[in-house]
Design a protein around this ligand. Structure first.
Ligand code: PBG
Length: 323
């Protein structure tokens, strides 16, 4: 049967009819808010290219988390900016480092907030790469030990979820084993499983002060051209013990998300990254797009493609909007 018996517009006539047949609904718990924390007191360094996003000192971060909680946000992911960077990224696994301090402070004030921590070396190394350098290259196996130490430090501070974003081979299994041996078998792992070497991370690298000082990340992050390889990455991380797997960035990789949703039964996360956020804001500031509309549409598309959880700088705004 077709037109004129079939008229698709019948169910689009009114807002109530449309909401009755709506397939994808957003809700506050869909969103995880990324936050940047640095040393000091009363610090709020706005990130020029990411309106509303700032580097915060621990006291300000706790305030931000309370406000986010009031907006309906129930999970955050922390990125640390240390005072001191060195070749081995020692700030990443210091017990009194900036991320452990932040985790303790948030958990003390808002115990119900789920706190995830990004586990990577790039913010802590003076060369800005995601692991240790040997002979001019990022050494995979030597990096695993440091990532495991960083994970243990975050877990002992009270992190609920450890999120390795470095893309070293074997790190999920290695970290899982070390967490369990350290008595942290309840701490979950959110694996940045299919993380692409993307130009959309530009604004983040300003926010996290983590751009590579030489070369790029193509020897460890994925080629944007590869979808089958992304499925292998995800399958490996699941095998190694990931609890949640992530695709990153989100909007330019919706096909990857959809394929992952079809193939795997684990909770699936997507990261709407800094560049995705920045470009929507930039166009909105020029009056070229309506921010509220494209925020909703972009988040809806990511959920529709298959994401259960969306890491997004819009989290507070979106949680209020979709409460
Ligand atoms: C660290 C890391 C990056 C992002 C999250 N974790 C940057 C990178 O890999 O260069 C990007 C997040 C964003 O752009 O919002 N490895």
């Amino acid at each position: 049967m077709g037109f004129p018996d079939v008229r698709m517009r019948r169910l689009r006539r009114t807002p109530v009819l449309r909401s009755m047949i709506k397939e994808t609904n957003l809700e506050p718990t869909d969103f995880m808010l990324p936050l940047f924390v640095r040393h000091g007191e009363g610090v709020r360094n706005e990130i020029h290219s990411m309106p509303g996003v700032a580097q915060l000192s621990v006291d300000m971060l706790v305030g931000e988390c309370k406000d986010a909680y009031d907006d309906g946000v129930r999970s955050v992911i922390l990125f640390g900016i240390p005072d001191h960077k060195d070749a081995m990224g020692t700030g990443a696994y210091a017990h009194d480092g900036i991320v452990p301090q932040a985790v303790r402070a948030i958990k003390a004030e808002i115990p119900d907030m789920i706190v995830a921590t990004d586990v990577c070396m790039c913010e802590y190394t003076d060369h800005g790469h995601c692991g240790v350098i040997k002979n001019g290259e990022v050494d995979n196996d030597a990096t695993l030990e440091l990532l495991a130490k960083e994970s243990i430090v975050h877990a002992s501070a009270g992190a609920d979820i450890i999120a390795p974003s470095d893309m070293m081979d074997g790190r999920i299994g290695y970290i899982r084993k070390k967490l369990d041996a350290g008595g942290f078998n309840e701490v979950a792992i959110l694996a940045y499983a299919a993380k692409f070497a993307s130009g959309f991370y530009g604004p983040f690298r300003d926010a996290a002060e983590s751009p590579p000082q030489f070369g790029d990340r193509k020897a460890y992050q994925m080629d944007p051209a590869n979808a089958r390889e992304a499925m292998r990455e995800i399958a490996l991380d699941i095998d190694e013990g990931a609890d949640i797997v992530m695709v990153k960035p989100a909007m330019p990789y919706l096909d990857i998300l959809r394929e992952a949703r079809t193939r795997f039964d684990l909770p699936l996360a997507a990261y709407q990254v800094s560049g995705e956020y920045a470009m929507l804001h930039a166009a909105a500031r020029n009056g070229w797009l309506d921010l509220d509309t494209v925020m909703k549409e972009s988040l809806t598309s990511i959920k529709r493609a298959g994401a259960d959880l969306i890491l997004t700088y819009f989290a507070r705004n979106a949680a209020r909007r979709f409460a």
